[in-house]
Ligand binder design. Structure first.
Ligand SMILES: *Cc1c(COP(=O)(O)O)cnc(C)c1O
Length: 404
């Protein structure tokens, strides 16, 4: 049975109000999401959706998990906010946990991925100013995604964004992923850092090669540049390891985390080593740095990811999704599944991703199309076989209807 939309008057009224009062930034389907539990969300008309977007790789523990509800409840009744000028207890505990798990020495906390990347960019420029004769350029890869603030848009290697909101923030260069020669040609005396997603997420689940990442590490060591991993999408178990860097056995000088770290609560982090503990008072901050509610949630979410062995599970379920999809891919002319763990994508035979996403919504399935021909699957890390079977069945029904 296909989901019905805009059938009831109450929902129609909500949608009219949304059109009137919400600043337009994106085309949204005529659906108002109301409630979530585990792998599912429900809209105001009672339609149920199997969620393979997970809030964009965010709701790693599924919807409204007990650990988040309890952490928020406990912290909200203890301390909501005491200002970023003071330490608070969950902030200290969370920093200890993250540095212990990652092998880094120091953590900085913010609310969004873009903000964590801004912190990393500032740190790299500070490093350049102090130790590399004022070097300030950062090289990133074509097809990368680093956020939507002006600096992180400039860092992002998206062709469509090159002239958007000009002038761009200066100091960013882009080279193709996995092309070590291009990177070598791009760095010079004015380069302070290389910034990299180990698996390009928004770009469509394209992994970096192991040899390439090792080469970048050597290059940074030779020239004293910082190597920065943007693990906002790949971090916290998503790729089958707690950090994607573990697949490569390469340590960066700073790593940014976001998305899954808060399980749906706005939270991000910048991790680095003692050697890069170089900010001075006034350099970096923000009203919600180390916000106690966010810290309590992050502590609970990351503890749960580790205690339940969710990275291993992500690896196993990723294999199951690959196998399930490859058994039907021939029938629909789908490309091979790429990515790692539960950050997966495949190409359609035609650039009809948006159409497929819209039709899957009617089938009660949430998937994402980050590029016109690509479909990306980034479900909660708690996904089980039965959900994958349901996803593949709904996807096949939709493709039968669309591509017949
Ligand atoms: C989502 C994402 C960001 C931006 O995070 P926001 O929380 O949206 O600011 C940055 N880098 C990567 C790799 C991402 O996937």
């Amino acid at each position: 049975m296909l989901n019905k939309h805009e059938d009831d008057t109450a929902t129609r009224k909500l949608l009219e109000e949304a059109g009137r009062s919400i600043l337009f930034t994106a085309k949204r389907p005529p659906v108002v999401m109301e409630r979530g539990e585990g792998m599912y969300v429900w809209d105001t008309e009672g339609n149920r959706y199997l969620d393979f977007i997970g809030g964009w790789a965010v709701t790693c523990l599924g919807h409204s998990p007990m650990v988040i509800r309890e952490a928020l409840d406990r912290q909200a009744s203890t301390l909501v906010n005491a200002s970023p000028a003071f330490y608070n207890r969950p902030m200290i505990e969370f920093a200890k946990l993250l540095t212990g798990l990652s092998g880094y020495d120091k953590a900085f906390f913010a609310s969004s991925g873009a903000e964590a990347n801004e912190g990393a960019i500032k740190l790299a420029r500070k490093h350049g100013a102090l130790r590399l004769g004022g070097a300030s350029d950062i090289v990133t890869t074509t097809g990368s995604f680093h956020g939507r603030t002006l600096a992180t848009m400039s860092a992002t290697g998206k062709a469509q964004w090159k002239h958007l909101f000009a002038p761009a923030v200066p100091g960013f260069k882009h080279v193709p992923l996995n092309d070590a020669d291009a990177m070598l040609a791009a760095v010079d005396g004015n380069t302070c850092a290389i910034m990299l997603e180990l698996v390009q997420g928004e770009g469509g689940a394209h992994p970096a090669d192991a040899g390439y990442v090792r080469r970048l590490r050597e290059l940074c060591d030779e020239r004293g540049m910082m190597l920065i991993f943007d693990e906002i999408q790949t971090g916290l178990g998503r790729t089958g390891k707690l950090f994607a860097a573990e697949h490569y056995d390469v340590q960066a000088d700073a790593t940014t985390l976001g998305k899954g770290i808060g399980g749906g609560f706005p939270l991000s982090a910048l991790l680095t080593r003692d050697r890069f503990d170089i900010f001075e008072p006034g350099d970096q901050g923000g009203t919600y740095i180390g916000q106690p509610l966010a810290m309590a949630v992050g502590l609970a979410v990351v503890t749960e990811i580790v205690d339940r062995g969710l990275p291993r599970r992500a690896e196993r379920m990723g294999e199951y999704i690959r196998d399930s999809l490859s058994s039907v891919s021939g029938r629909y002319g789908l490309g091979p599944v790429r990515g790692k763990g539960l950050l997966l994508a495949f190409d359609l035979p035609e650039p009809r991703g948006a159409e497929l996403v819209a039709e899957c919504l009617r089938e009660g399935l949430l998937i994402n199309s980050p590029q016109p021909s690509a479909i990306r699957l980034i479900p909660p890390l708690i996904v089980e076989e039965e959900h994958v079977d349901g996803m593949v069945a709904a996807l096949c029904r939709t493709m039968d209807r669309l591509f017949a």
